[in-house]
Design a binder for this molecule. Sequence first.
Ligand code: GTP
Ligand code: MG
Length: 197
Amino acid sequence: MAQRWKAQLAMTAFKEDQFPPQTLPEVAFVGRSNVGKSMLLNALMERKLAHVGSTPGKTRSVNFYKIEAEVDFFLVDLPGYGYAARGFKEKEKWAKLIEQYITQRETLQLLVHLVDFRHGLLKNDQELQEWISQIGIPSLVVFTKADKISKGRHKGMLHSYIRKGLKSIEVPFIVSAQDKSGVGEFRQFLTQYLNRG
Ligand SMILES: Nc1nc2c(ncn2[C@@H]2O[C@H](COP(=O)(O)OP(=O)(O)OP(=O)(O)O)[C@@H](O)[C@H]2O)c(=O)[nH]1
Ligand SMILES: [Mg+2]
């Protein structure tokens, strides 16, 4: 029986020293700007806690959501990458914040790498994959915005992306935060992953 999660925003960090103490396991969402990180988090939490934007660059802080489930944990929403319009300095600041988060959190159990299902892994996604595999953090690819692609093409597209090469601890999930397809399965996967002992 799928359990619901009780979610609340625990901390919004604009700087590293605002990260909360490392008391719980963490699962963090990374990916290009506008890929749907915040909206998928809301779908998982069944609450509109994260700000969703129609223009890229909506999330500029690291947001920690405390989830009470079988195991309590933090879901972490990171700013997106690959978005230049805010200017070089600000872009650098975000990149540094993301890097500090990923390299320093000992409680980080899993990076969920979100990729737009229509586009597959772009150059900066591949660079991110290289980097996180060098650091040795497990990562799972989740394809977003599945509602934009007709169901009959899903399998073929998934396999072509896998053939082109991607690093993921499991076969990538295909989800839509809009019509909620795949969201329940992904929530269940995260619960099991955190319970793995
Ligand atoms: N059709 C469709 N649109 C989506 C889906 N998920 C997100 N969107 C749209 O994509 C845009 C960006 O969504 P966000 O969740 O804010 O994206 P983000 O990855 O958090 O973006 P940044 O915070 O800028 O890094 C919004 O206009 C959403 O409505 C989805 O599953 N399907
Ligand atoms: Mg966001």
